[in-house]
Every structure is written in C-alpha cells, then in structure tokens.
Ligand binder design. Structure first.
Ligand SMILES: NC(=O)c1ccc[n+]([C@@H]2O[C@H](COP(=O)([O-])OP(=O)(O)OC[C@H]3O[C@@H](n4cnc5c(N)ncnc54)[C@H](O)[C@@H]3O)[C@@H](O)[C@H]2O)c1
Length: 344
C-alpha cells in the first residue's frame, strides 16, 4: 500500500457527500480514487465535485483496482452485508454506513469475513464523533453510576427521502432501521453492556412507505438500569434529545452537540458543528480519521465490528418485540460480575 490508502466511495446518494468531503478534504490521510453508483451520472458528478480519479457504475470495477485499499459503503441498507463481504474478500478495508446489516447474523458473517481476510471492518456511527458525545464517552465515570437514559430522535419527513425507503425489505422496516442505530448505539455506549429485556411498539402513520414510522422501546439492563427510546418520522419541530440520570445529577444532550450537567454547560456546540450531517459535516472528517487510524493499526475511536454485532443483536430484539407484541429476553452475553462492577 502507498503511504496513504486509496478510497472508493460506493453509493453516491444523500449521505455520500459527507463521506466524500471527509476523504477529499484530508489528503494527508487518504486519496479518493473512485466513486461508484449504479446511476453513473451520480458517480461522475461526485467524482468531479470531490476530485476522484475515476467513476464506475459497478462495485466490481472499483474492487478490481489495486490502488483502492478501502471502501466506504453508502448503499441502501439491504446491500451493506453483501457488498461489505465482497469488498473484504477483495482485500479492501470497509467503513460501512449504519445499520451495519439487516440482522446480527449478517453482521457476524461480515465480521468473520473481514477477520479471515485481515481487513478492518468499522461501522459509520457518525454521532459517536460529535464532540459532546465523545466528551461523555471519555468522562462518564465522573457523573457517577448511570441509572437511566431517555433518548428521543424525532424528525419530520413529508415523503420517502430515497426510493428504497418505500420498501420495507430494502429499508429493513423503516424508522427503527434508519434512526434506531443512532440512538441504540448511544444507549449501548453509555450502558456499556447489553439489555436483558426489550419491549417495543411500532406503528405506521403514512401510506407512502411500507415500514414503521413511529416507534417506542423500553430496555432493561442489569443493575436496575433502564433506557427508553422514542423514534419518529412525524415530529415537527425536530427533537434530538438525550437525558441521562446519574447518581450525581442529570446530563442533557441536545442535538448531539451540547452537553449540560445539572444546569451547567459542559460542552457547547462548536461553530464547526452547525452544518447538517448530510452536508459535508465535520463529524464525518473525524470519523474518517479514526477509520484511517484503524487501517494503520493505531488506537482509534472507530466503532468496531464487534460493537456493531452487539447493536444488531439489540436491533433484532427490537424488531422481534415489535412484530410479536411480546417482551424479548436476551441471553446475557456481555454481562458478567466483573463487567457489572465496571459499569459506572
Ligand atoms: N449516518 C447518517 O446519519 C446517515 C444518514 C443518511 C443515510 N445513512 C445511511 O446511508 C446509506 C445510504 O443512504 P442514502 O440516504 O444516502 O441513500 P440514497 O438512496 O440517497 O443513496 C444510495 C445510492 O446507492 C446507489 N445504489 C443502489 N444500489 C446500488 C448498487 N447495487 N451499486 C451501486 N450503487 C447502488 C443508488 O443509486 C443511490 O445513489 C443507508 O444505509 C442509510 O441508512 C446514514
């Protein structure tokens, strides 16, 4: 591999701009070699705008290039697993958009392939890279034991924002698969271990898509800790709020960018964090930097495949609970006496 890895961005739709900008604005980290989209006009437009050397309409062509060392997968959800596996088999490192896959089983197959092919597989949970979220991850123990987390992510979409959103099998449902990974990854980060029980209800309020657009879930953790999650595609104005009840007080995170603890402002939104995450957001630069550190085998804050599998396991339980109307009990995999002691 040359000094910096060559990158192909696969899928040049809505979220790709932030990934493309993250790669092309950091030439010291990587070189943008290829853009790929089955709609070649999108691939060409992206190549021109972000300075890629070549545009392709097929994944195979990009994977055949020896100067492509890593791929960023920005495809519809149902293509994450097959394309990540194909890329890993071609020897390319993979940064895959959330959700990592449709199911934990697919996520495990991706991780096993990456391990066998000795490539990095990281999940693009962009919200981990917001400054307030990173601060919380690094300083959580100062707030005392976490008692409960209430997380809301409500947005308003007057119609499907991409054609595949209309089809439940391509969108893996809808709001739970699209925004569930954001909030449940946060809950996983602060709880550290995995839920013991999951209750979930979901409904569809609009006819222009087939999946659920409103969902609520309740998760029970060891040590009497609880989390509640509300997801909406019907909420105006938008709400992105996290309330964490700790032994020493309450932390409130607004828009992933501002952290207040017991009324004191701990992390303020940076001027560079005011862009929408779909619009060349700074957090994607940080995320991409972490991915290149992972490729270089250095310490990094990328969301690992193992964390991704745990999240998919929780998402599977949410889907099962909302489809069956029953509480889903999860076998304790991560929990043990030692890890419980370590839970702050
Ligand atoms: N991190 C975030 O906050 C965030 C935000 C939006 C979307 N996403 C995720 O990013 C992924 C893409 O979402 P989007 O909104 O950009 O979708 P999109 O539909 O706008 O973009 C997907 C692109 O993939 C292309 N494509 C489809 N099949 C292809 C194939 N077989 N080969 C090559 N190209 C193909 C489509 O032509 C399209 O341009 C989804 O998994 C979504 O969950 C993440």
């Amino acid at each position: 591999m040359s000094l910096v890895p060559g990158i192909a961005v696969i899928g040049c739709g809505r979220i790709s701009r932030s990934h493309l900008a993250a790669v092309s604005s950091q030439p010291e980290l990587a070189t943008l070699i290829a853009t790929v989209d089955s709609d070649i006009r999108l691939a060409r437009d992206a190549a021109t705008r972000y300075g890629a050397q070549v545009a392709f309409d097929s994944v195979d062509e990009a994977l055949a290039r020896s100067d492509v060392h890593a791929v960023v997968i920005c495809l519809p959800n149902h293509l994450h697993a097959p394309v990540a596996i194909q890329a890993a088999r071609a020897g390319k490192h993979v940064l895959v958009e959330k959700p990592m896959a449709d199911t934990a089983e697919d996520a495990r197959a991706m991780a096993e392939t990456a391990r066998a092919c000795q490539v990095v597989l990281a999940v693009a949970q962009c919200r981990r890279h917001f400054r307030a979220i990173r601060y919380l991850a690094e300083h959580q123990s100062q707030f005392g034991k976490l008692i409960s987390a209430q997380v809301s992510l409500g947005v308003y979409w007057p119609d499907a924002q991409a054609p595949w959103w209309r089809e439940a099998d391509k969108a893996s449902g809808l709001v739970v698969a699209l925004n569930g990974p954001h909030v449940l990854d946060f809950v996983q980060m602060v709880m550290r271990d995995d839920p013991l029980r999951v209750h979930a209800e979901a409904v569809r309020c609009n006819d222009f898509w087939a999946g659920e657009d409103e969902a609520m879930m309740l998760l029970a953790y060891s040590g009497k800790r609880l989390a509640s999650v509300h997801l909406s595609f019907n909420q105006r104005p938008v709400e992105n709020r996290k309330v964490l009840v700790f032994e020493r007080g309450t932390a409130v995170i607004e828009n992933d960018t501002q952290l207040v603890f017991n009324g004191d402002l701990i992390v303020a939104q940076g001027d560079d964090e005011k862009r929408h995450y779909l619009d060349e957001a700074i957090e994607f630069q940080r995320q991409f930097r972490e991915f290149t550190l992972a490729i270089a085998g250095q310490p990094n804050h990328s969301v690992s495949a193992d964390e991704g599998i745990r999240l998919m396991r929780t998402l599977d339980a949410v889907h099962q609970a909302m489809r069956s109307g029953r509480t889903v009990e999860l076998p304790a995999v991560v929990q043990d006496a030692e890890s419980l002691d370590a839970v702050p």
